[in-house]
Design a protein around this ligand. Structure first.
Ligand code: CP
Length: 373
């Protein structure tokens, strides 16, 4: 069973393995916390000291661009140390070391959180049974991708006043999509309705049990939607031919220019990435003003920072409120021995000097005689 609470006081969850484990209140807490980190991401110095001394390991057994880099950036912005483990020829797994022994080795090195992607559904849950570290599911097979769903909720909520009452169409390879599973669960919890659209061969037989409507007729569904959420056609997970050709898929289920015109004003286009231009999305549709694909990527850093903070934050972590967290984000770190100025603190460091009072790089170099006026 997935643990939903931490033995450590203050942490609202010990692992994040599935949207199933999160209550509506916990989802609200993550989104509210992400607001604060979104603001940190707009600063010139995008770094706060709240996870200093903690170590996050990205353990990736499958390719990733967005998720791995955004977890790395999120952890670094919170001042955690980050190690990246990408399974392959350069690790001892290529010498026969098992997944479990690899995990126990990381454990022995004292990592505090492991962010894991794996092609097998359930692998992060298995890992969570072996290690003391918090485990975050960064995508497991066709099962779940909870932080993707959370950043998608955050991105929708940025544009609409509430998630409740929205109608979201998730289009494509529903059968193999962990993003679809996590998003349907999360959107339903938050009061949105979901219609899954795609070829009947890529629609799970159990879709009615997921609480989503389903259709194979995209043109009929599009005018009803507040959000059309396109999925990548995952040829790597398809062991048989589910659609005759990619061209046929694009013709019936791709969002081209004429289909995009069926959307109502204000409706958004979303995609978890990576996008296949010309397949599920017309080559210029991703660049329309109503497309928020780039915002999803930006918001992913803030949402993942919120997850890491709520999982690893200090024992006096604020329970939920932005105000509490806001004061933490202004808090100056202890100065490193011998250092008079800490540029990672918004206040310039515990010595109370403000950034504006600090000598410029030019002034410092002049003082050292490296350059002259
Ligand atoms: N959306 C997503 O998971 O992208 P990556 O595979 O690049 O991480």
């Amino acid at each position: 069973m997935i643990p939903t609470s931490s033995s450590e006081a203050g942490a609202p969850f010990r692992h994040l393995l599935s949207i199933d484990q999160l209550s509506v209140e916990q989802i609200e807490q993550i989104l509210a916390t992400a607001d604060s980190f979104r603001e940190v991401g707009t600063r010139t110095i995008k770094k706060v000291p709240i996870l200093r001394g903690r170590t996050v390991c990205n353990l990736f057994f499958e390719p990733s661009t967005r998720t791995r880099i955004s977890f790395e950036l999120a952890a670094k912005r919170l001042s955690a140390d980050v190690i990246n483990f990408t399974a392959g020829a350069k690790t001892s797994m290529s010498k026969g070391e098992s997944f479990k022994d690899t995990a126990l080795t990381l454990q022995a090195m004292g990592v505090d959180a492991i962010v894991m992607r794996h092609s097998s559904s359930g692998a992060p849950q298995r890992l969570s049974q072996w290690v003391q570290a918090g485990v975050i599911n960064a995508g497991d097979g066709s099962h779940e991708h909870p932080t993707q769903a959370l950043l998608d909720l955050y991105s929708m909520r940025e544009r609409f006043s509430s998630l409740a009452g929205l109608k979201v169409g998730i289009v494509g390879d529903i059968l193999h999509s962990r993003v679809a599973r996590s998003n349907i669960k999360a959107l339903k919890k938050m009061g949105a309705s979901v219609v899954a659209v795609g070829p009947p061969t890529l629609m799970p037989g159990s879709i009615a049990g997921w609480g989503a409507e389903f259709s194979s007729d995209l043109d009929t569904v599009l005018p009803e939607l507040d959000v059309v959420y396109l999925l990548r056609v995952q040829t790597e997970r398809q062991s048989e031919q589910f659609v005759p050709t990619i061209r046929e898929y694009a013709r019936f289920w791709g969002l081209d220019r004429s289909r995009a015109q069926l959307l109502k004003p204000g409706a958004l286009i979303m995609h978890p990435g990576p996008i296949n231009r010309g397949v599920e999305i017309g080559s210029d549709m991703a660049d329309l003003e109503r497309s928020i694909i780039a915002d999803q990527v930006t918001n992913g850093i803030a949402v993942r920072a919120a997850v890491l903070y709520l999982m690893l934050g200090p024992e006096d972590a604020p329970s939920t409120t932005e105000t509490d967290l806001g004061s933490k984000l202004q808090e100056a770190p202890e100065p490193a021995p011998g250092s008079a100025f800490n540029p990672t603190s918004p206040t310039g460091g515990a010595n109370g000097r403000r950034l504006a009072d600090a000598p410029s790089v030019r002034e410092q170099l002049e003082r050292q005689g490296v350059i002259r006026e």
